[in-house]
Design a protein around this ligand. Structure first.
Ligand code: AMP
Ligand code: MG
Length: 441
């Protein structure tokens, strides 16, 4: 028989930060593996990567045009164009030995190496190229505009210098990182192993997605939403079959997950103080497990501990609570397992457009859609804030953080919003650029 868990159980109260710090303390990066470049997409780099060559490897033209000597263009005005003799032509991928001597020009395409002595590129647009009266047939080009010395020349190593570290261990590999890795010849890339996460939805009332719920039954949403969150966080989920609220089924599922080699168990449901919360009981029996009431809403009851050395995060059963609990605790743990350089989502300041009253003396994470209006962000409620209202999670791109003790939030209140789809950023990623410059397209 199920034994009631008495409310007298010592349940520790924690802030979100305390709970997260306590959880993260138990995670460190997994081993690494080497994969072909494209398989590194979405994964975390496990070693620093140095450039084997300068990028670009040689000085080249940033425009289709003419390679010239800047000194030849000093006296140019639209009325007194300079006429240069075309001595060669160089396409991208080609090279030329011909030097640009005073009074000459070499026709050149974007990306082609600068010919010897040439120091400036004149784009076609500033010449008679393509004009009806062009001198091209006579092997000459007219230039109508004074062009600054060095214009439209990309220096060797302008982007990356050979030997420098272009990507650091801990970097999330996205499309731009894939491109930079390709540029420096990283055909194979060392990445951290994906964490294996066993997902266990518990509850006598649950039926699977393909089934029609009978009286008193609901479909299992958490097993799917949490698995999707695991994938989005770079993990590999194993969705275990729904566990009924019996010790036997729970133990069987946990054994299955152990045999699979889980790096983390994630359960949903059964960790509060109800009569049938057997998850709690089994966890207490099999592991060193702590049960917390985290001072947050939604998602107060959270369990964390280990079973046979494998960490377990016990999320609440209400679907929004389970998803928010994963965001705040599960995702940072998965990122830390993958060696990521940052674990926390960025927050922005936004102006609340709705109105909210809640007497719970807990920090609230309110589902909002963020809209930029001029230079300010607005945060709109996405719907009812009940912890079972999963559609309002679907429309949310942020969680507005209402501090403890603020029981009424008026329209116009400025509050931080945790951005659910913005990438976690390493704290040290700040760039200093004196003048970004611009050439070409
Ligand atoms: P519990 O934490 O087990 O007491 O569950 C709290 C609430 O969440 C109950 O209304 C459950 O029916 C619901 N719930 C639990 N697990 C799931 C699940 N996997 N999918 C959808 N709802 C769930
Ligand atoms: Mg339950």
């Amino acid at each position: 028989m199920n034994q009631p868990i008495m409310p007298s159980d010592a349940i520790v109260l924690r802030s979100v930060e305390e709970a997260r710090d306590e959880i993260l303390r138990h995670f460190s990066p997994l081993s690494s593996e080497t994969v072909p470049l494209m398989q590194a997409l979405g994964r975390v780099l496990a070693e620093d990567v140095q450039a084997d060559i300068d990028v670009p490897p040689f000085a080249n033209s940033a425009m289709d045009g003419y390679a010239v000597l800047g000194a030849d263009l000093q006296s140019v005005t639209p009325d007194t164009p300079v006429i240069l003799r075309i001595v060669s032509e160089v396409p991208a991928g080609g090279t030329t030995e011909t030097a640009v001597e005073p009074g000459t020009a070499i026709r050149i395409m974007t990306g082609a190496p600068m010919p010897p002595l040439a120091d400036t590129i004149v784009p076609f647009e500033e010449t008679d190229e393509g004009h009806a009266d062009s001198l091209h047939a006579q092997g000459q080009v007219r230039i109508f505009k004074p062009i600054p010395l060095g214009a439209s020349v990309r220096a060797a190593g302008e982007d990356v210098q050979a030997g420098t570290t272009v990507l650091r261990r801990g970097t999330l590999i996205r499309a731009a990182e894939i491109g930079v890795l390709a540029t420096v010849g990283a055909a194979n890339v060392a990445v951290f192993r994906r964490p294996k996460v066993a997902i266990l939805a518990t509850g006598d009332e649950l039926v699977d997605v393909g089934e029609q719920p009978g009286p008193g039954q609901i479909r299992n949403a958490n097993g799917y939403a949490n698995a999707a969150q695991v994938i989005a966080a770079g993990g590999e989920p194993l969705q275990l079959p729904i566990a009924r609220d019996t010790e036997q089924e729970l133990n069987d599922r946990l054994n299955e997950a152990l045999a699979w080699g889980a790096d983390l168990f994630m359960t949903s449901g059964g960790v509060s103080v109800g009569d049938y919360d057997v998850v709690k009981k089994v966890l207490q029996q099999r592991g060193n497990m702590e049960f917390w009431r985290v001072k947050m809403k939604p998602g107060k009851p959270i369990a964390f501990g280990h079973i046979e050395g494998v960490p377990l995060l016990g999320l609440p059963g209400n679907p929004v609570s389970a998803m928010v609990g994963f965001e705040l605790f599960g995702r940072p743990a998965l990122l830390k397992l993958q060696g990521r350089d940052g674990y926390l989502r960025p927050t922005i300041q936004a102006t609340f457009t709705g109105s909210l009253t809640d007497r719970a003396d807990r920090r609230q994470y309110v589902r909002v859609r963020v809209e930029q209006r001029g230079s300010e962000f607005l945060a709109h409620l996405t719907g009812e804030q009940g912890s079972g209202v999963l559609t309002s999670m679907m429309y949310a791109d942020g969680l507005m953080i209402v501090p403890e003790g603020m029981t009424h939030v008026e329209p116009g209140t400025e509050l931080p919003v945790l951005m659910l789809h913005w990438p976690e950023i390493a704290p040290e990623q700040v760039f200093e650029v004196a003048d970004a410059g611009a050439d070409c397209c």
